[in-house]
Write a protein that binds this ligand. Structure first.
Ligand code: WTA
Length: 664
């Protein structure tokens, strides 16, 4: 039995329950299941009233809203829409004049270990100054700005500065290729790019600005007027006169005061591209008011944040987790947070644990992939085991991005949490803006591998293909029946795709998450069983199979046809497996290896290194039905190394299965 099969089976029989300790319950903001249920009842009794109350308590409005939810143009829901606010003012200015102003906002640890701290007051001054620099270069409310930055204080400053002047940012993860950047610049119609000369990861200096140059040279980016370059390292990079400015040049002479621009609650705070089931990434558009409310509120609910917490979310700002739980949530909540530039395995795989000790981290939030790879490392080398570090400061642990298998959960609980820290297994998506199904640390009894119950006011359910509820214990499609404040507003430039992807007609107007799930028969706890569409989750990164297929067939001199599927992987959750038919005869042996490498590098150039297929198999053809449809479920079985037990009678070319089952 493979490790993954055993993991799935142990979830099915999972009956370990970890209730929160009495002292934790007593001290918690939402205390015990009674506290949780009271909030759920309140939301149920008066849905709009509940959200209006939360929005007034958690957000500072420059113009108060009078309408809570407008459903007249569903599914284009509007929340608090006659209210006005500024997101940056809600993260920074709000704290000025309170003791928080001199509190450390960010503890930054660089790749090489150098530590920089910045207070709220200092951060406000730097954000304001950068906002003034953007304004001086003509960036205005409603403009889009593409951000391609390393994990740095400057990355957060760039996002906050855009928010401050009402510009909509679109952050692209630093691991995406020039081609991916190019597509996003054009789709968003960005007027400026904020980047760095290089980024430091694992002791290596990796170019960022050169990739922007390459993207801009691809043509069609005439909307871009300026490129702002943060000099992260001393190495020079190409600078185009008139277009490119270093941060130092752009900031020279700019005031450190900048009045925040009030925007309507529905004003797009950001667009974040994510993978869907077609080849083209979707620009998920988020609002300002509802999104900010969620970022702030879930810091309090899910992490039960206290004034003296040292919060650390390890996600990159290029992903939604880094937006909500690095760039906005912790600041809106007035927390001290750690931002880490590097990678968990440099200079050794004990880095996370050493950093928790060094900075006395109290809330640690990371991805199952990281946990699984650090388990492996700790098992191989005792010197990087978490037991080597003092982790007694920790009080809450979190997990995000993919299902956490019970074995990894137990290891995290025991070795990192000292059997004392609740683990919040937070289920959410780029589209949900923040947590939607998650335990609350001072309330929910935990079951390893389960994200437990929806947050108050989140009407999550499991339904069949017609949108009818299925009983607990039966699997189905995860939906959210009613809108919520931080939900996706539309797909940038493609409202039709938004409707089709998330609100298919047969589902009664429910939001379709794209995941399968099952609720336990006893507690009604949710367990996510994985994507039901063509989206893969590799190391917690979302990748579309079609996106990778399009990249492969774009190598027109070599590739005739390609099909991409996921297969379970012990460390990365899923691994990308590509079946490729070449325009020439099927290669074997060394030649197959060499072509596979060439294709991997090609995909890295087309999308980014994160999309490189782990396995590439060559065939004379792909398994197809008589009508020419590729039978992906067979490919999934082959990728897993399973014997084919499915019905293959509709297959045009059954002999191909044996050929594809052979590894090169
Ligand atoms: C998966 C990341 C199980 C899920 C915040 C979802 C999870 C996709 C969990 C969204 C979890 C996220 N348990 N699966 N706790 N959290 N997922 O948009 O498949 O990068 O649809 O957002 O990750 O990925 P995204």
């Amino acid at each position: 039995m493979s490790a993954t099969t055993s993991a799935i089976e142990s979830v099915l029989v999972e009956n370990r329950v970890f209730p929160p300790a009495d002292a934790v319950v007593k001290a918690a903001r939402i205390s015990g299941m009674a506290g949780y249920e009271a909030l759920c009842k309140e939301a149920e009794a008066d849905f709009e009233g509940f959200w209006a109350k939360q929005a007034r308590a958690n957000v500072q409005w420059s113009k108060p809203f009078t309408r809570t939810l407008d459903e007249s143009n569903a599914p284009f829901f509007r929340w608090f829409d006659d209210g006005e606010l500024n997101a940056s003012a809600n993260c920074l200015d709000k704290h000025i004049g309170s003791p928080t102003e001199n509190k450390t906002a960010i503890i930054f640890e660089a790749d090489d270990g150098a530590v920089t701290k910045i207070t709220y007051k200092e951060l406000l001054a730097r954000v304001s100054q950068f906002a003034n620099a953007l304004k001086a270069h003509g960036v205005a409310k409603g403009d889009r700005v593409l951000i391609y930055m390393p994990m740095t204080i400057e990355g957060v400053i760039a996002m906050q500065a855009c928010a401050r002047i009402g510009a909509t940012h679109s952050v692209v993860f630093g691991g995406f290729s020039a081609k991916a950047v190019h597509e996003r610049i054009i789709d968003a119609g960005a007027v400026a790019v904020i980047t760095a000369n290089y980024q430091m990861r694992g002791g290596k200096e990796l170019p960022l600005k050169a990739i922007i140059d390459e993207a801009l040279a691809m043509g069609g980016c005439d909307t871009i007027r300026n490129v702002f370059v943060y000099q992260r390292t001393a190495t020079a990079c190409n600078m185009v006169a008139g277009r490119d400015k270093t941060f130092t040049e752009a900031l020279a002479g700019q005031s450190t005061e900048c009045a925040p621009v009030a925007v309507g609650a529905e004003h797009p705070l950001f667009i974040l591209y994510t993978s869907g089931s077609t080849g083209k990434p979707k620009g998920v558009q988020h609002s300002t008011g509802g999104y900010l409310l969620w970022a702030k509120m879930t810091m309090d609910w899910t992490f039960d944040l206290r004034a003296d917490d040292i919060f650390w979310c390890t996600a990159d700002i290029g992903w939604i987790t880094g937006h909500t739980y690095v760039a906005y949530g912790p600041l809106a909540a007035g927390a001290t947070q750690i931002i880490f530039e590097g990678i968990p395995t440099f200079p050794n795989a004990g880095r996370f644990w050493q950093m928790i000790e060094r900075h006395k981290c109290t809330i640690f939030y990371t991805a199952p992939t990281a946990i699984r790879s650090l388990i492996k490392a700790a098992e191989a080398d005792e010197a990087v085991h978490p037991a080597r570090s003092d982790l007694s400061s920790l009080r809450i642990l979190g997990s995000v991005g993919e299902p956490i298998n019970p074995e990894a959960w137990m290891w995290y609980h025991k070795n990192v949490g000292g059997e004392r820290c609740p683990i919040v297994d937070t289920f959410w998506q780029t589209e949900t803006g923040g947590h939607v199904i998650t335990p609350l640390p001072g309330a929910t009894p935990l079951v390893p591998g389960s994200c437990t119950l929806p947050l108050p006011g989140i009407t999550a359910a499991i339904v069949d293909e017609m949108g009818n509820d299925v009983p607990n214990g039966s699997g189905g499609i995860l939906v959210i029946k009613r809108p919520w404040p931080s939900m996706i507003r539309t797909i940038w430039n493609d409202p039709e795709r938004f409707k089709k992807s998330y609100f298919p007609e047969e589902l009664k107007g429910y939001y379709l998450a794209g995941d399968g799930a099952v609720r336990s028969a006893d507690r009604g706890y949710f367990r996510i069983t994985g994507r039901i569409d063509d989206v893969l989750n590799v190391s917690g990164h979302r990748m579309g199979t079609m996106e990778i297929e399009s990249a492969l067939v774009a190598k027109t001199d070599l590739v005739a046809e390609a099909a991409v599927v996921g297969r379970p992987d012990d460390v990365t959750g899923e691994a990308i497996c590509a079946f490729v038919v070449l325009k020439r005869s099927r290669p074997t042996g060394e030649e197959a290896k060499q072509i596979a490498n060439e294709l991997r590098n090609w995909v890295a150039k087309e999308i980014g290194p994160i999309a490189k297929p782990k396995d590439i198999r060559f065939g004379d053809n792909l398994p197809k039905t008589r009508s020419g449809k590729i039978m992906r479920r067979l490919l999934r079985s082959i990728a897993k190394g399973e014997a084919i037990t499915q019905d293959t009678s509709t297959l045009e070319n059954p002999a191909i299965l044996d050929q594809l089952a052979q590894t090169n």
